[in-house]
Design a protein around this ligand. Structure first.
Ligand code: HEM
Ligand SMILES: [Cu+2]
Length: 538
């Protein structure tokens, strides 16, 4: 392969002007735009997290005022959920990989794809505006009547930001669904789709079906706040529980928007890291769709202590526990795939292994929370905070880093330092556990969430957590350094540095603007590792 020849036509080199980037309709360039913008918001959210952890070092909460603390955890939640986690894997790796993985030239609607990025950026500007204007103090959940009657600050501005970013989600979801239906290359049957594509497909269904509910709810909040319409406020004839139903009807499915793409990434990494076909492909694929569907029937587990009927709570408890079945299928099938595999310890696969452990921990504690009798005790404590951070940070953020380390050579055409990558994976894993494991204990002992002044006996565990957060923050910075270094000095990656299956590895790194020189033809099952190795030896 002539390096210069492929580089000259690569998507990275097809036009250098700012305009060629800002008006691009190439899914790969749009993916890069998203990488840059979500990284920015990850930093914004991380600064808020740092403030929270610093403040919690002392029982008196000396750093921030009460209101300042409320604003810090609100902006942390809003930014991390809607401006980092939800777009994180779909809009970056989904965008970059979906067409490559199914042998297509681009997404079905390239201009709509660019529009989605602009909508995301406009919503992001609103959020930056909220910050400059002093923030909001409702929490990311915008519960009424606090948000509609009392909250000081910029509820409508923040709600508008989340409202606008919803259109980006919906359009991206639509684009992905149509692409998977219409643009698969010859031979790429549904039974041969890479598991990452299945997970992005399932995520897109949730994006399209759930997001409008949140949008409408945010409009209702704004109407009540602006015009005093009695929708949620009992004094005006409204019902605050209605708000919680509407919010969680979106937000529980939304947690699957955040984790399903990560599950898809891990399926790819596990097969490539073990060099084996994935165990029970059909089940792993179907479980993504099952999780997406079931996710719509469990929202009431966020409302066990809200006063909803005990019968409703019992039904929601049962249904929530049922989500463990498809989630468990994934974990068992990954484990069976790894079993007796020659497991690589290169960075992407270390992140994948960390993911499995942390996801199991997050999932099992989710099951505990789904038990009514446990949840009434630990609801709104640090136990819940630890639960969802194990899944969203230990899980999704680890998967995001795993994906970055796995597909980086494909995206930029160069390798990074494997040794530093391994160190980063290990430090992130250690820092993460030191930050969040103490929070399970704190919650179990009774420390409530969203308080910044706490009894002195909770200090030791809080100090552990803040020290862990410092380590985690430093560990997250490591990849920035070696990735930027690799852009210039990294060794050329070649088409397929991990010896993986999948169409994206059959085209040069970085891929040409048009993805494939000729339309690929798929004639084998996915994750055909044995066959591939025989081929290599021959
Ligand atoms: C086995 C599957 C899961 C079960 C049974 C489960 C169960 C629960 C329950 C019962 C709660 C409410 C606790 C309370 O507030 O008292 C909860 C909270 C939460 N869970 Fe899970 N969970 C699961 C998976 C997930 C996943 C995959 C994510 C994220 C990707 C997630 C994110 C969250 C979040 C963000 C909250 C708290 C929201 C808030 O109050 O701010 N959970 N979970
Ligand atoms: Cu939930």
């Amino acid at each position: 392969m002539s390096e210069t020849a492929t580089e000259r036509v690569s998507y990275l080199r097809a036009g250098h002007s700012l305009k060629s980037w800002l008006l691009t309709t190439d899914h790969k360039r749009i993916a890069i735009l998203y990488v840059l913008s979500i990284t920015f918001f990850f930093f914004v959210g991380a600064i808020a997290a740092a403030l929270i952890r610093l403040d919690l070092l002392t029982p008196a909460g000396d750093l921030l005022t009460n209101d300042g603390y409320n604003r810090a955890f609100t902006i942390h939640g809003v930014v991390m959920v809607w401006f980092f986690l939800i777009p994180s894997i779909p809009n970056t790796f989904g965008n970059f990989l979906l067409p490559l993985m199914i042998g297509a030239r681009d997404l079905a609607f390239p201009k709509l794809n660019l529009l989605s990025w602009y909508i995301y950026m406009i919503a992001g500007l609103f959020t930056v505006f909220v910050l400059i204007a002093g923030g909001v103090d409702t929490g990311w959940t915008f519960y009424t009547p606090l948000s509609t009657m009392y909250a000081n600050g910029n509820v409508i501005l923040a709600a508008s930001a989340v409202f606008i970013v919803g259109f980006s989600s919906i359009l991206t979801g639509l684009n992905f669904i149509v692409t998977v239906h219409k643009l698969r290359c010859p031979g790429m049957t549904w039974g041969r789709l890479p598991l990452f594509v299945w997970s992005i497909y399932a995520t897109s269904l949730v994006l399209v079906l759930a997001t409008p509910v949140l949008s409408i709810t945010l409009v209702l909040i704004s109407l009540e706040r602006l015009f005093g319409l009695g929708i949620f406020n009992p004094a005006l004839g409204g019902d605050p529980l209605l708000y919680q139903h509407l919010f969680w009807f979106y937000s529980h499915p939304a947690v699957y928007i955040m984790v399903l793409p990560a599950l898809g990434v891990i399926s790819e990494l596990v097969a490539a890291g073990a060099r084996k076909p994935i165990f029970g492909y059909q089940f792993v694929a179907a479980s993504s769709v099952a999780i997406a569907a079931l996710g719509f029937f469990v929202w009431g587990h966020h409302m066990f202590v809200s006063g909803q009927s005990a019968y409703a709570s019992a039904a929601f408890s049962f249904l929530s526990i049922a989500v463990a079945i498809p989630s468990g299928i994934k974990v068992y099938n990954w484990t069976a795939t790894l079993f007796k595999g020659h497991i690589s310890l290169d960075p992407p696969f270390l992140f994948a292994m960390a993911f499995i452990g942390l996801f199991v921990f997050g999932g099992l504690t989710g099951l505990m929370l789904a038990m009514l009798a446990i949840d009434v005790h630990v609801h709104d404590t640090y136990f819940v905070i630890a639960h969802f951070h194990y899944i969203m940070v230990g899980g999704t953020v680890s998967a995001f880093f795993g994906a970055l380390h796995y597909w980086w050579p494909k995206i930029v055409g160069r390798m990074y330092s494997i040794v530093w990558g391994r160190l980063a994976a290990i430090f992130i894993f250690l820092g993460f556990n030191l930050t969040f494991f103490p929070q399970f204990l704190l919650g179990y002992l009774g420390m409530p969430r969203r308080y910044h002044v706490y009894p002195p006996e909770f200090q030791v565990l809080n100090v552990f957590s803040s020290v862990g957060a410092t380590l985690l923050g430093a560990a997250y910075l490591m990849p920035f350094i070696y990735f930027i270094h690799s852009l210039r000095y990294g060794a050329p990656a070649g088409d397929n540095p991990w010896g993986a299956t999948g169409l994206e590895w059959t085209t040069p790194s970085p891929p040409p603007k048009h993805n494939f020189d000729s339309v690929p033809l798929v004639d084998r099952p996915p994750y055909d590792y044995e066959v591939e190795m025989e081929g290599d030896n021959a």
